[in-house]
Design a protein. Structure first.
Length: 137
């Protein structure tokens, strides 16, 4: 385990991405040490020099091939490590509209367009359930 004084939280974004029919996009993770086989919202880590909004658009393009519009901040969440030495994320959740055809990269094995209410039945990981519940109201 690394010395805790050298560990730093990771800043990440998550997209509550909607299509023209108002459906929310979920991805099933693949080839990952975190959440492999589980459903999640698209997103990823903030790179040095990028804004949060740029990261939302970049991650959506990289993970799904979709173009993003109308990005709006929803909430942030502090995801503490599940055990000492594991990843600590500060997640920033954004809503956005997206268009195009979904083309998955190797980080995902499948996708689903669902209503926000139905998304909860997929039990999305990385704290997405709290963001979806806030969205629903």
């Amino acid at each position: 385990m690394a010395d805790s004084s050298s560990l730093r939280p990771v800043v990440a974004v998550r997209a509550l991405a909607f299509d023209s029919k108002g459906r929310l996009l979920l991805l099933r993770r693949a080839n990952s040490a975190y959440g492999n086989g589980e459903w999640c919202l698209p997103g990823g880590k903030l790179d040095y020099g990028d804004t949060l909004e740029e990261t939302v658009a970049k991650e959506m393009r990289e993970e799904t091939g979709l173009a993003v519009a109308e990005t709006a901040f929803l909430l942030f969440q502090n995801s503490l490590p599940v055990e000492p030495g594991k990843m600590h994320c500060v997640n920033f959740y954004f809503t956005c509209r997206c268009g195009g055809e979904v083309i998955l990269n190797p980080e995902s094995s499948e996708f689903a367009w669902v209503t926000p209410q139905d998304a909860l039945a997929f039990r999305p990981v990385f704290g997405a359930e709290a963001a979806i519940r806030k969205l629903i109201g």
